[in-house]
Design a binder for this molecule. Structure first.
Ligand code: SAM
Length: 327
């Protein structure tokens, strides 16, 4: 079992399978993209499979596949098939922009992969295209509806962006009236692949909740798992639910159970921390399984207590993009 230096059990790994993305969301990276890693710096599918096995042997029972956009990797399903066979791995989830998932929906279902988070920051077409700088609105919309009707557990992640999409908060919430889907509103974070940073945000979770309350006076809180980053609510009579994720306010660090591994092998113990180490080259070395286990243990043995503490230690500017960190 992996237990960190603050006595928190780590059982959840977010594994980025690429840093490439086919969208260019303006709060995530510049229009021209970022300095993407060279191909040989990215894990191969065999390496990702082996790494996952090692992590599961250390007590990890949930892996979320993220990126970049996971489905830009043509060989992704090879990894998904491998993961679905791993004993002890109880939860395989995927975070995607839903532009390329269509051809894989049937097989994901067959493999028993049920939890799909889709990032969609606007229900209005023009706003969507402006934010993503691409015109994939119909594909994303149709794939979301298809995933829901096929019985996947779908959660839509919506970043509240001042001056861009907050008029879409209530219309997006309407989706939960008719569909058993969860819409989660997230705070923006200072990871945009540029040097833009900020001390505060216009739309924190309290403002989002107050705004929803103006329309839906009677929403009530739902019980959430202890390690959940979202605070979840239901509007009476609505099929689905909604939530807020205070990713900038960082109210959830005390129960954090997660570790991030980037597509190039950086081990990140907190979103707001610098990578603790890189395990790609260790994995490529001989007799590496024990060394990998030791390195993971070492990384989680020196975690910051909170994202604020991690940020203080960091000192530099967050020049990173979420497309490298995996969200
Ligand atoms: N391509 C996949 C997707 O779109 O969900 C997975 C990777 S994406 C980087 C993961 C998540 O990070 C998305 O939900 C995205 O909205 C979020 N994200 C990116 N930049 C962010 C930022 N500056 N603040 C908050 N969330 C951000």
């Amino acid at each position: 079992m992996l237990v960190d230096n603050h006595n928190r059990t780590i059982n959840y790994v977010r594994l980025a399978v690429t840093d490439r993305c086919n969208l260019r969301c303006n709060y995530c990276m510049p229009a021209e993209g970022i300095n993407f890693a060279k191909n040989d710096k990215l894990f191969t599918i065999d390496e990702l499979s082996r790494l996952s096995e090692i992590l599961v042997s250390q007590g990890v029972d949930k892996i979320r596949i993220t990126g970049g956009e996971p489905f830009v990797r043509k060989d992704l399903m090879v990894l998904m098939r491998h993961l679905s066979q791993l004993e002890g791995l109880n939860d395989i989830s995927v975070t995607t922009n839903a532009t390329l998932i269509g051809p894989y929906i049937d097989e994901l279902k067959e493999l028993g992969i049920k939890n799909i988070n889709v990032s969609m920051d606007a229900i209005n077409r023009e706003t969507f295209e402006k934010i993503t700088r691409r015109d994939h609105y119909d594909t994303v919309h149709n794939n979301i509806i298809r995933l829901i009707t096929e019985g996947f557990n779908v959660r839509i992640n919506f970043i509240a962006l001042e001056g861009q999409n907050t008029e879409d908060i209530l219309p997006m919430l309407e989706l939960t009236k008719h569909y058993g889907v969860s819409v989660r509103f997230l705070e923006e974070m200072p990871f945009n692949g540029g040097s833009k940073t900020f001390e505060s945000i216009a739309w924190d979770y309290k403002r989002i909740l107050a705004y929803v309350k103006e329309r839906h006076l009677d929403y009530y809180e739902l019980p959430s798992p202890k390690t959940s980053t979202s605070i979840n609510y239901k509007i009476p009579g609505f099929k689905g639910s909604f939530g807020v994720i205070p990713s900038f306010s960082r109210t959830f660090c005390g129960s954090c159970n997660r570790l991030r591994i980037s597509a190039t092998g950086d081990v990140i113990t907190c979103l707001y921390a610098q990578p603790s180490m890189n395990i790609r080259d260790i994995l490529r070395g001989e007799g590496s399984t024990e060394k990998i286990k030791e390195s993971i243990l070492k990384a989680i043995g020196s975690r910051s207590k909170t994202g604020f503490e991690a940020q203080q230690k960091y000192k530099g500017v967050f020049a990173n993009s979420m497309t490298s960190i995996g969200g």
